[in-house]
Design a binder for this molecule. Structure first.
Ligand code: KIV
Length: 280
């Protein structure tokens, strides 16, 4: 049974500490998590941001997409994670349509923070959500933007594909990234974009970028926990890695914590993502 509650000997991770890590060229590690026991294991393994993603719709609830996930689901799972959190930053996803206008977004972000205990909310979208980001930031809600592949729009996109490959689309993404930062976003997640584009965006922004399928030059990496442990349903995406399977060939210590520690070390030492996990 993991132990819960604050260990005051360590400093809490804040948005400012993540920004300082970017300035110092030090990578930080984000991993999805949906309950208290795993949250405690992730923290012990050195994960800096506990991210309750709406991917829970797929890996916990067994849906084909993240679209069915509701604000109630997100509040519930974020609260489980927050209960076990010690020093890590807790980030929570705003689910499909929960931020369709600035006031709706404000109400739902309030719930994620007050009832869920989130320190920062993440929302998918480009130019269409800049006003929402502005409204949240003005009211003191920290925001992580999300550009590139936006899984909540899967039915519109017609599938999960790499985004920003054409010159015009790449320039739009760079402009949207700057607009997000100007609107007050504190972090920016880039999903399934060519590595060179993610590098340009990371170098252009002063706020940290978090990559998933976005090469190794982002300031941080994120993966879905169940992919790291090799227990995801269906196909594993090209950009993810089963760190549990890796342990089996290499060490005597095979445990969930050891697999997560291996992920943390690989990100910190710039060994993950490797060539085979990157799009160009
Ligand atoms: O919900 C999720 O897991 C995500 C991924 C990009 C990490 O948003």
């Amino acid at each position: 049974m993991p132990s819960y509650g604050s260990d005051n000997s360590k400093q809490a991770i804040t948005i400012n500490s993540l920004k300082k890590m970017k300035q110092a060229g030090e990578k930080f590690v984000v991993l999805t998590v949906y309950d208290a026991s795993f949250a405690a294991v992730l923290e012990n393994a050195g994960v800096e941001v506990l991210f309750t993603g709406d991917s829970l719709g797929m890996v916990i609830q067994g849906h084909e997409t993240t679209v069915p996930v509701t604000v109630d689901h997100m509040v519930y799972h974020t609260s489980l994670v927050s209960r076990a959190r010690q020093q890590a930053l807790v980030m929570s996803d705003m689910p499909f349509m929960s931020f369709s206008d600035p006031l709706r977004a404000l109400d739902n972000a309030t719930r994620l923070m007050q009832e869920g205990g989130a320190h920062i909310v993440k929302l998918e979208g480009g130019g269409d959500v800049v006003q929402v980001v502005e409204k949240l930031a003005k009211h003191g809600v920290p925001v992580c933007g999300h550009l590139g592949l936006q899984p909540q729009s899967v039915h519109k996109l017609g599938g999960y594909r790499v985004q920003g490959r054409e010159k015009e689309a790449a320039q739009t993404m760079i402009d949207e990234a700057k607009a997000m930062q100007d609107a007050g976003a504190d972090l920016l997640l880039l999903e399934c974009v060519p590595a060179s584009l993610a590098k340009t965006i990371t170098e252009t922004l002063s706020i940290p970028t978090i990559g998933i399928g976005a090469g190794r030059d982002c300031d941080a990496q994120v993966l879905v926990l169940y992919d790291v442990l090799g227990i995801s349903l269906g196909l594993r995406p090209k950009f993810s890695k089963d760190f549990m399977a890796d342990l089996k060939g290499e060490t005597n210590e095979i445990s969930v914590e050891a697999a997560i520690r291996a992920y943390v070390q690989a990100v910190k030492q710039k060994q993950f993502p490797a060539e085979q996990h990157i799009f160009e």
